[in-house]
Design a protein around this ligand. Sequence first.
Ligand code: NAD
Ligand code: MG
Length: 411
Amino acid sequence: MKTYISIWPPLAPEAPFPRRLAVLGSTGSIGVSALRVVDEHPELFKIVALTGGKNAKLLAEQAARHRPAVLAVLDEAAAKALRALLPSGYAPEILVGPTAFEAIAASPEADMVLSAIVGAAGFLPTLAAAKKGKRIALANKESLVIGGRLIRQACRASGAVILPVDSEHNALFQALCGHADKDNGAGPELARLILTASGGPFRGRDKKFLAAATPEQALNHPNWSMGAKISVDSASLMNKGLEIIEACHLYGLPVERVDVLVHPQSIVHSLAEYVDGSQLAHLGVPDMRIPIAHCLCFPRRVTLGMPRLDLAQVGSLTFEKPDETLFPCLRLAKEAFAASPSHPAVLNAANEAAVELFLQKRITFMDIPLLIEGALSRHSALPEDAGAADLLAVDAETRRSVIDCAGAGLS
Ligand code: NAD
Ligand code: MG
């Protein structure tokens, strides 16, 4: 399907300010950074809803500050704790459970949705926002990995637009603006996309080190401060694998035209290469407030209270090829995307289950790609017309099989 879903200036009339914003996953790393942007420019936003998983304390603090009419949490215990922590005189509606996030994403109260829940739990809320024609600032890359085709179709039908928060895809969005073609996405003059990767905390390590790597070491990212799941994904390079699939969906390119370049300084956030050999890059300090603010305010640019990039101080920028033998997740992601539209859902679910097992110290770091490869090899592609429920059934079945395999010694 040759469509893309990022928006381009001709398709993006400036949405009015203040923007009525729902933040899904406001208590996470991206959510907190987004609210810092909002705090710096309160006149540009009205927060209509905030959601968290189980962190009632932080959600209560955020809610007391921004006073949205609706909040949502994962379970009754978190809702009870939240209610008790809210200031007197402020009684928002508190929704509970997975369907609450979808309801908020689809609510007419919000014209913009920041999708920043972690993992597959973000898929249905993103799809709900896409079906309702929202402006979606998308951090939850897993949504596109699981159901990129469904989300693209929903955006086309409803007129919803996706602005990529993920720093690499946001960099590409900026590098591609002005070279867009309404019907052909990034256009025929685009030769390839180059996603940069920091290489994570295990860059340059050998097989022996990786075999004994601990969750504490995996969570210690050199450049970015992020949630636990994406930090482990960065260590295994699965994050870059998911991002290849995300880029293919956003910019309508086949997987062969999306390359990865390891760039340990995380200053160049990705590059677009044109047929004449020009490469356009986006540079900036590694702070997610930059891509978040770009999406939330697009096409307006706003000041951010952080030091600007000083290249003289950075001194040198280096680049190298990724080691796909030591980090097989990159290859697995490309193979999954090429195999069928449902294989990426298996890749994602197997990865989420394996990362969870690794964080619980029940498997080793090197078991993560083995479990994913096993799950992919057991999967038979779903029919072309598979819907969200079918993909989520595959997701659940994959998680069960990965846990079983891990329990049985990966056999
Ligand atoms: P995080 O773990 O810090 O936060 C996740 C948020 O989702 C929290 O608010 C949490 O309470 C909520 N949550 C967790 N499980 C939930 C569930 N089952 N249902 C509803 N809410 C749930 O994660 P993060 O690092 O902020 O990442 C969020 C998303 O953004 C991920 O998809 C990640 O890949 C993407 N992303 C993050 C970064 C980053 O710098 N952190 C960069 C690019 C993309
Ligand atoms: Mg990224």
